[in-house]
Design a protein around this ligand. Structure first.
Ligand SMILES: [Mg+2]
Length: 288
């Protein structure tokens, strides 16, 4: 018997990064680090503040517009799709104004190392790795290097966007885009979910909703206000996972959002009681 190996009911975990693995978004520290290299720091930070304010107000008014319409008139997919022009325009402003110019890989690694993780995430990922569960990060972050450094070997694969670097090893301010919308996350999720066993997806924002709803076990972590508004408006079925609840495929089905407060509760929820696992094993083991 191997006591280091736990029984998880999944063969793959795909996780969002910002706000899911980390406690906070890492975008702001990224731009503040880029600001340190500028001679006109005050102007740079004022312009950045304007982009952030524009983005937040656009997001808020879009949510308000959609969620004040009669519910039957709208579909979740169309609602999520409606954020795409806002994301595209904000990325255009970020690249055009070169907010991310001048960052080195060293800067990005340091930002990754300094990113505070949610409690229990490292332990759970180590437990999954010891039990041969594949782990992937699927993120709309702008830097793979930052995520790689923050994960420090705790995942097998990272799918995200990339900063473009010049010949001197400095970022040019351009972003090579792969994952920017809820639909992108769903497409990547569908492509890379486990072919052999169950896949769990965990995220913290509405950009994660389509992947969460498509997963065998779809988890929303944290208490983001907009996510709860959207769940209520579209009447998406949810189950709140408390610390003493165990995973039951009859109840915790695809299409249901499982609400968790922490990775500690999620790990406790997933780990199967060894006696139950033994009961579920095939009666006739292959003989050699
Ligand atoms: Mg997130």
């Amino acid at each position: 018997m191997n006591y280091g190996v736990k029984n998880y009911p999944i063969s793959k975990l795909i996780a969002d990064f910002d706000g899911t693995v980390t406690q906070k978004d890492t975008i702001s520290p990224l731009v503040l680090t880029a600001a340190e290299n500028r001679s006109n720091q005050d102007q740079f930070l004022t312009q950045w503040e304007q982009v952030v304010q524009w983005y937040v107000s656009q997001q808020e008014s879009n949510v308000k517009k959609w969620l004040s319409a009669p519910e039957s008139a709208n579909h979740l997919i169309d609602f999520l799709e409606s954020f795409k022009p806002i994301e595209e325009e904000s990325l255009r402003r970020v690249t055009q104004q070169q907010f991310l110019r001048g960052l080195t890989k060293h800067d990005l690694k340091q930002l990754g190392r300094n990113a505070l993780k949610r409690e229990g995430v490292a332990n759970m990922l180590k437990g999954l790795q010891a039990s041969a569960v594949e782990i992937e990060i699927l993120s709309a972050n702008w830097s793979k290097t930052l995520i790689q450094s923050a994960m420090d070997g705790l995942c097998d694969q990272i799918r995200t966007n990339h900063l473009v670097f010049d010949d001197f090893g400095k970022s040019t301010g351009e972003i090579r885009q792969n994952v920017t919308s809820a639909q992108d996350k769903l497409s990547f999720f569908e492509k890379y979910r486990s072919k052999t066993g169950k896949t769990l997806y965990i995220g913290d924002s509405i950009t994660d909703f389509l992947a969460i709803l498509s997963a065998d076990i779809g988890v929303l972590i944290g208490d983001n206000y907009v996510t709860r508004q959207v769940i209520d408006y579209f009447e998406i079925p949810t189950v709140s996972i408390t610390s003493n609840e165990k995973y039951n495929p009859e109840i915790h089905r695809p299409g249901i959002i499982l609400l968790v407060d922490s990775w500690l509760d999620l790990e406790n929820f997933l780990i199967q009681n060894r006696d139950i696992m033994m009961e579920n094993r095939p009666c006739h083991l292959p003989s050699f």
